[in-house]
Write a protein that binds this ligand. Structure first.
Ligand code: NDP
Length: 254
């Protein structure tokens, strides 16, 4: 088993499923101590049983909950030297029918929580010899998305946060980066397919094909492609990758 990450502590929000679970697996395989964080106990325990490490339940829209959960994680695994800000939600609706409640919920989960998590871990990240702050953004951080204005706005905001912190801390040992996936084969995409079916009356096959066609490759990105990139960004050898928004979508779909 390689020990590139030398038992350093990685905390992954939304670590119980999809991209977060894959990041937990790859970070653990590279030698990190892993904490997975989310609201539901069951998926967290599932990942913890496979990967080891620690599972902490918290809602990232609640700053008090974040602080409590991060302290719980530190008590077991030590300072948080790598923070993967991955928890997120999506929804879709025409803009005219998008509710203020949906806007608030998506901005709170995808953007305000990114601010809170980054700030809560900052002293640990700066004290580390190889601090790593990685945001799971989206191709929706880079272009507009019809029927998903709150999601695209939240993910654009995440890139602004990432780029600002990368410049602010450029002279320290902390690096700050983002991965920007296209459609990935996770529950979030299954939910998108279900929404297309419900709203258009298309079959599951047709709806899946429509979503897959949004990626230039014509297929969904495998979560491990994202998990492996996150692990790579955490390596000491990645110290000069800072402020990058790494697109992982199977090819540019202009
Ligand atoms: P999942 O739905 O599998 O993962 C989302 C995770 O976020 C879940 O583990 C969920 O756990 C957690 N989460 C959601 N809300 C909260 C909350 N309030 N507090 C704590 N945890 C929360 O989908 P993905 O793995 O695909 O999504 C991970 C990230 O990747 C998201 O930020 C998403 O926007 C981004 N992304 C996904 C793409 C895709 O095509 N799937 C494309 C581009 C980006 P729980 O419900 O238990 O709290």
């Amino acid at each position: 088993m390689p020990d590139w990450l030398q038992s350093r502590h990685a905390l992954i929000t939304g670590g119980g499923t999809g991209i977060g679970a894959s990041a937990a697996t790859h970070l653990n395989a590279a030698g990190a101590k892993v904490t997975v964080l989310g609201r539901r106990a069951e998926p967290l325990e599932f990942v913890r049983n496979i990967v080891g490490g620690t599972a902490v339940q918290a809602d990232v829209t609640d700053r008090g909950d974040i602080d409590r959960a991060f302290d719980e994680a530190r008590a077991t695994n030590g300072p948080i030297e790598m923070l993967i800000v991955n928890a997120g939600i999506a929804d879709s609706a025409p803009f005219a029918k998008t509710t203020r409640e949906s806007w608030d919920r998506i901005i709170a989960t995808n953007l305000t929580a990114a601010f809170d998590c980054a700030q809560a871990a900052l002293p640990d990240l700066l004290a580390s010899e190889h601090g790593r702050l990685i945001f799971v953004a989206s191709v929706a951080s880079l272009r507009g998305v019809p029927y998903a204005a709150p999601y695209a706005a939240s993910k654009h905001g995440v890139l602004g946060l990432m780029r600002s912190l990368a410049v602010e801390f450029a002279r320290t040992s902390l690096t700050v980066n983002a991965v920007c996936p296209g459609y990935v084969d996770t529950q979030m995409t299954s939910d998108s397919i279900a929404r297309v079916m419900a709203k258009t009356g298309r079959s599951e096959e047709q709806s899946r094909a429509a979503i897959e066609g949004q990626n230039a490759s014509g297929r969904l990105v495998h979560p491990d492609t994202i998990g492996t990139m996150i692990m790579t960004l955490c390596l000491a050898q990645s110290q000069d990758v800072n402020g990058a928004a790494i697109t992982i979508d199977g090819g540019t779909s202009a």
